[in-house]
Design a protein around this ligand. Structure first.
Ligand code: FES
Length: 101
């Protein structure tokens, strides 16, 4: 199972391949913002992916459109509710603020 490491709380959890980053965080008891319930509509689950980006699912249209509309987006940005975990370990950074609500 891939490991999801969550910064800055420095928590490492096992994540099911095919689960979204958001699902993996919630399953591990991490309080991650997800105001729209995971539908790529709010942007509150915006995270930076520091490692393992290439093994995540590709950015789809809905996620791309939402990322375009929120503040503080960079090349490492993903919506945790839309990025599905692949075979490799992933390290993400919680941004600690609701960037797109
Ligand atoms: S939970 Fe709303 S965009 Fe991810």
């Amino acid at each position: 199972m891939p490991t999801l490491t969550i910064l800055p709380i420095n928590k490492a959890v096992e994540a099911a391949q095919g689960a979204s980053i958001l699902q993996a965080m919630l399953a591990a008891g991490v309080e991650a913002l997800h105001k729209c319930g995971g539908e790529a509509k709010c942007g509150s689950c915006h995270v930076f992916v520091h490692e393992g980006r290439k093994s995540l699912s590709k950015v789809q249209r809905l996620e791309n459109e939402k990322l375009d509309a929120i503040v503080g987006v960079g090349s490492k940005s993903r919506l945790a509710c839309q990025a599905l975990i692949g075979p490799d370990n992933v390290t993400i950074e919680l941004l600690g603020f609701a960037s797109g609500v």
